[in-house]
Design a protein around this ligand. Structure first.
Ligand SMILES: *[C@@H]1O[C@H](CO)[C@@H](O)[C@H](O)[C@H]1NC(C)=O
Ligand SMILES: *[C@@H]1O[C@H](CO)[C@@H](O)[C@H](O)[C@H]1NC(C)=O
Ligand SMILES: *[C@@H]1O[C@H](CO)[C@@H](O)[C@H](O)[C@H]1NC(C)=O
Ligand SMILES: *[C@@H]1O[C@H](CO)[C@@H](O)[C@H](O)[C@H]1NC(C)=O
Ligand SMILES: *[C@@H]1O[C@H](CO)[C@@H](O)[C@H](O)[C@H]1NC(C)=O
Length: 471
């Protein structure tokens, strides 16, 4: 070996050793950071101790959820990849199901659609029943939020009927009974799964249903009577996406919305109202929400898709079917400010004083100072923790299955001269005041070994709410 080559190989060995050392150091730093953030979030969560149980009403509807891997279901249903990205408002057959899936799978965006053909829906459900690894749970936004709130120390009255599958746990009461219930099939996929020539950028799910009971909100009247006696501190409204693209007879949906509006407007101000958004594709329905629901909301909860969608329609633009599946904090914060402005301009009897946006990377909770919402910082921390607990399927967080994907700093607004906020690992929830508002952003410990994604938003939102109604 010539001296020159020997020299070079010594240099490259040194570089290699140095690189390994740096890499190890970097990994150690990441692990350390994860530990600090985790401990900080847990401290923030545990800061709030329940003094007594609070009463919460939750509406509407319930169903039986079947969770299974989307790609296995497509195999079972003998779908073949078309590589065509086509949006459909509702689904008539296999072709439309496959094209719709492609559309959202490509964006990694959550979606929920009505299957119009009952025979085709039966075929999907019977596959779910025959597939050995299908997990069955009590489902529907309302029952999931109800159970989570009960788990976190509330006494809950749920606006759903008991059925053989929708049984309620301790501290959750329902209204009446029903023999049969609606089934929702939740088709899940993981990040980087491949269908045809499409690779999905993040884990998510497509939900299909063919509900007969829930879209009619057929339990409102009965529930209203019970709720008056119950006198809850909070009423949580969700599940209205069941009305999206449902083939109502002429005028029926509007009349059900009027009943809902009267129900909300008659509620005493001693009961706060939270509305949990969902995936809405039908523009007229979103207008109904804006006219008849949003003006009565004290609080709104939504994910990264639902926020730009409602803003678009509030700004007189068409519904926005898909958005960035991992938006930057600054985008969400500016959108939240705009949401407060736009909803503030609606004519209603209540003022919006709380918004919670849950995304893959972080939780943003914004409240108006002096409003009844307490413990905003701890609420953001708790929802970040529940996001991991839910998706990983374990109430103990395993840091080997968690990752922080939020940047180490973010701007609080795109407006010139806005502050840059730096994450502090030991106090991971960043909170600051702006005029009469309190902003809190918590980094998620993103689960890397997915157990389930469906129902995540409901658990996360309800967990956040549970700490905000504690004295
Ligand atoms: C996927 O296939 C479709 C239809 O064959 C084609 O139009 C599209 O360009 C392909 N996309 C990629 C990324 O290969
Ligand atoms: C699926 O349904 C749509 C709408 O009814 C129809 O136009 C299309 O031809 C159907 N496709 C198949 C393969 O049945
Ligand atoms: C609110 O009410 C005022 C006065 O009645 C009316 O001028 C305005 O257009 C209404 N705004 C909305 C968004 O409905
Ligand atoms: C979310 O809610 C569902 C239904 O109540 C429950 O089965 C699941 O365990 C919850 N997730 C967590 C993290 O508790
Ligand atoms: C949950 O996590 C704990 C601690 O890491 C572990 O011992 C337990 O087996 C996990 N449970 C499940 C269901 O994975």
């Amino acid at each position: 070996m010539s001296d020159r080559i020997k020299h070079l190989s010594i240099v490259s060995s040194i570089i290699l050793v140095l690189a390994l050392f740096l890499k190890r150091n970097y990994d150690l730093k990441l692990t350390e950071r994860l530990m600090h953030v985790h401990d900080g979030l847990i401290r923030a969560e545990q800061k709030i101790q329940l003094q007594h149980r609070t009463k919460v009403g939750v509406g509407f509807g319930g169903c039986h959820d079947a969770f299974l891997p989307a790609l296995e279901a497509w195999k079972g249903l003998q779908l073949t990849p078309s590589n065509e990205l086509v949006h459909h408002n509702l689904i008539n057959n296999k072709t439309e199901l496959e094209q719709l899936f492609n559309y959202f799978f490509y964006h990694g965006a959550a979606v929920e659609r009505y299957v119009k053909n009952p025979e085709f829906f039966k075929e999907i459900v019977s596959f779910a029943k025959s597939y050995a690894d299908t997990r069955w749970h009590v489902g529907g936004n309302a029952p999931v939020m109800a159970q989570r709130l009960a788990m976190e120390g509330s006494d809950v009255l749920l606006g759903a009927r008991k059925s053989p599958n929708v049984l309620f746990g301790d501290n959750v009461k329902g209204i009446g009974d029903q023999d049969e219930d609606d089934v929702h099939v939740i088709l899940e996929y993981d990040k980087n799964e491949v269908w045809g020539n499409i690779t999905t950028p993040r884990a998510n799910r497509l939900i299909v249903h063919s509900d007969q009971y829930n879209p009619m909100l057929n339990m409102i009247e009965e529930f209203e009577v019970e709720l008056k006696k119950f006198q809850p501190r909070l009423f949580v409204l969700g599940g209205l996406q069941m009305m999206d693209n449902f083939p109502f007879e002429e005028g029926v949906r509007s009349s059900r919305f009027l009943v809902l509006q009267n129900f909300l407007s008659a509620m005493p101000t001693s009961t706060l109202i939270h509305f949990e958004m969902a995936s809405f594709a039908e523009e007229d329905l979103v207008h109904e929400l804006i006219d008849k629901v949003l003006p009565y909301a004290d609080s709104l909860g939504m994910n990264e898709q639902e926020l730009p969608n409602i803003l678009a329609v509030l700004n007189k633009k068409p519904v926005q079917l898909v958005a960035d599946s991992n938006p930057r904090v600054v985008t969400a914060l500016d959108d939240i400010r705009e949401l407060f402005r736009a909803v503030g301009n609606l004519n209603g009897s209540r003022r919006l004083t709380r918004v919670h946006v849950h995304t893959l990377a972080y939780q943003a909770v914004v409240t108006v100072k002096g409003s009844p919402w307490k413990n905003t910082m701890s609420a953001a921390a708790k929802s970040a923790l529940v996001a991991n607990r839910h998706v990983c399927g374990n109430s103990t967080i395993n840091l080997e299955k968690a990752r922080i994907i939020l940047d180490e700093s973010f701007r609080s607004s795109r407006i010139e001269g806005s502050e840059r906020i730096f994450l502090k690992d030991e106090r991971p929830v960043s909170c600051w005041e702006e005029n009469d508002m309190l902003f809190c952003v918590a980094p998620n410990l993103v689960c890397t070994h997915i157990f389930q994604t469906g129902g995540g938003g409901d658990n996360i939102s309800a967990a956040g709410l549970s700490l905000q109604i504690v004295d």
